[in-house]
Ligand binder design. Structure first.
Ligand code: ZN
Length: 74
């Protein structure tokens, strides 16, 4: 069982990376309240740094592959 604080709300295209403004795919809910949004690029860059202070990390980067991945070559 993974403890959850609240039902996870899926990220939408309106959610933007706090660093660069790209579509966010990772949401970090901070233990002290508040949240950070990262694109997959900045998630990779910052996730290790915020992990110790994160209450929950919602990683929807798998969705990125589903949406933006080019069709597999025949
Ligand atoms: Zn970014």
């Amino acid at each position: 069982m993974t403890p959850t604080l609240a039902p996870a709300v899926p990220l939408t295209a309106a959610d933007r990376c706090d660093r660069c403004g790209a579509t966010a795919y990772v949401r970090v809910v901070l233990q002290g309240g508040g949240e950070l949004l990262f694109c997959s690029h900045h998630a990779r860059k910052h996730l290790d740094a915020v992990r110790p202070i994160a209450a929950r990390i919602d990683d929807e980067s798998a969705r990125l592959d589903a949406v933006n991945a080019p069709p597999p070559p025949e």
